[in-house]
Design a protein around this ligand. Structure first.
Ligand code: GDP
Ligand code: IMO
Ligand code: MG
Length: 422
């Protein structure tokens, strides 16, 4: 068997959590491969809305195993809060939620370093979720980090103290940054005890053996391609590889074992935090999109910036991920517009540009739009794509032609059921 991958093609929040939940019945294992509690994945069914940060989005389906892979970074406190929140749903976490021993731990001081670094950057700040993601991945690549497997070692406390001492040394340089570490440490060590109740595994062995035994695995991405540390709008990115290749390093899956790559995009575009966004709408249309799409961050509650769909960006994301099929989310939100714009190319210094350029931060980019008719109706009750308004069908087939990839799923609302196959 091969591992299918589902990931975001824009700047995150495309609706990954919803579609993983919808697809889970066809899989045996759902595995997160990167990111951490900077992610907020929303699932809605039976009138309840759940937001997951570290736990994979397959957790609500009985008999499916959920794995937090080695590429993920874990904040034990946030993880415990997620487990506590799910208590009323009687999920057998001991049997169904497995954690890689090689996943790195976010220490309280990683969060402090994140906040201190953002404060020092002033107006150039990344707009980080301040969950300690950057500093934790820095310690991973700097070969200083602590891993889940370490919490079972007798010298864990010593390892912890040595790393914290290093961090305090760095924090001393941030003279105008104040903090109370003790207050953060108590709940952290309590949460480590909760983490110990779950099974820590060698997830690369577990997953490869599962594949040999014919199990179906879906890898769940976090963030989005334009937040990838290599291919995103650097430096306004996260600190992990959010692209398909991240599945290989974040789970121990060989490239030859990657199957379908399902790319998710919104029918328009959003971004939360700082950084370039060529098709951003700073006018009333952007405000309307934010309102209609309820575009506020699932992790931080910050308003998301909104804009039209950007095919230059999307083609780039499809290329670096090797996307084999697409899912278009939030189609219902565009029902408020008479006309819908799609950016087909950029104009930079009078030149037509179709390949996503190196520099999108400092260059003056004029997005060039193709205008299509809007459908001007409520799609949220639509239960078959065959009955979709002609304007929506035209929108979908225009995109399929432009992107040369089939759009297999069209989402028309946040609920599990509001999902149409094409
Ligand atoms: P993720 O991080 O990719 O899982 O996405 P988020 O959960 O951060 O953000 C997606 C938001 O859109 C959530 O509030 C979802 O409930 C919601 N959502 C998902 N699909 C649709 C859709 O088709 N229509 C509408 N209106 N909302 C949707
Ligand atoms: P999901 O998985 C949207 C953004 C932050 C910031 C930048 C760096 O829900 O799609 P970090 O905390 O990683 O240092 O922040 O990346 N960001 C996200 N934006 N969705 C996410 O995750 C994000 N995770 C990080 O807003 O601009
Ligand atoms: Mg999100």
């Amino acid at each position: 068997m091969k591992v299918d991958v589902l990931l975001g093609l824009q700047w995150g929040d495309e609706g990954k959590g919803k579609i993983v939940d919808v697809l889970t019945p066809s899989y045996d294992i759902i595995a997160r491969f990167q990111g951490g509690p900077n992610a907020g994945h929303t699932l809605e069914f039976e009138g309840i809305k759940h937001v997951l940060h570290t736990i994979p989005s397959g957790i609500f389906h009985p008999n499916v195993i959920n794995i937090v892979g080695n590429g993920v970074v874990i904040d034990p406190v946030i993880f415990k809060a997620e487990l506590d929140k799910l208590k009323p749903f009687n999920i057998n976490f001991e049997a169904r939620l497995l954690i890689s021993k090689k996943a790195h731990l976010i220490l309280p001081t990683h969060k402090l370093l994140d906040a201190a670094s953002e404060q020092a950057k002033g107006k150039n700040k990344i707009g980080s979720t301040l969950k300690g993601i950057g500093p934790t991945y820095m310690d991973k690549t700097g070969r200083n980090g602590l891993r889940v497997g370490d919490i079972f070692l007798p010298n864990f406390q010593d390892k912890y103290s040595a790393l914290v001492e290093k961090h305090i040394g760095i924090l001393e340089h941030h003279t105008d940054f104040t903090y109370d570490l003790e207050m953060l440490e108590k709940p952290w060590f309590e949460a480590i005890e909760d983490l110990k109740t779950l099974e820590a595994i060698d997830s690369e062995h577990y997953l490869n053996s599962a594949l040999i035994h014919g199990k179906k695995v879906l890898a769940e991405g976090a963030q989005g391609t334009m937040l990838d540390i290599d291919f995103g709008t650097y430096p306004f990115v996260t600190s992990s590889n959010t692209v398909t290749a991240g599945t290989c390093t974040g789970l121990g899956i060989a490239p030859t074992k990657i199957g379908n790559v399902i790319g998710i995009f919104k029918a328009y575009c959003t971004r939360v935090g700082s950084g370039p966004f060529p098709t951003e709408l700073l006018d009333n249309d952007g405000e309307l999109m934010r309102k209609e799409g309820n575009e506020f961050g699932a992790t931080t509650g910050r308003p998301r910036r909104c804009g039209w769909l950007d095919l230059v960006q999307l083609r780039y994301a499809i290329m670096v991920n090797g996307v084999s099929e697409l899912a278009m989310m939030k189609s219902d939100v565009l029902g408020i517009f008479d006309h819908i714009n799609i950016c087909t190319h950029y104009k930079i210094n009078g030149q037509e540009v179709r390949d996503f350029p190196y520099d999108v931060t400092d260059l003056e980019i004029e997005p060039i739009y193709q205008q299509l008719e809007g459908w001007r109706c409520d799609l949220t009750e639509l239960d078959d794509f065959k009955n979709a308004p002609l304007a929506l069908k035209n929108y979908v087939s225009y995109l399929e032609t432009q992107l040369s990839i089939p759009i297999r799923v069209i989402s028309v609302g946040p609920d599990r059921k509001q999902t149409l196959n094409n």
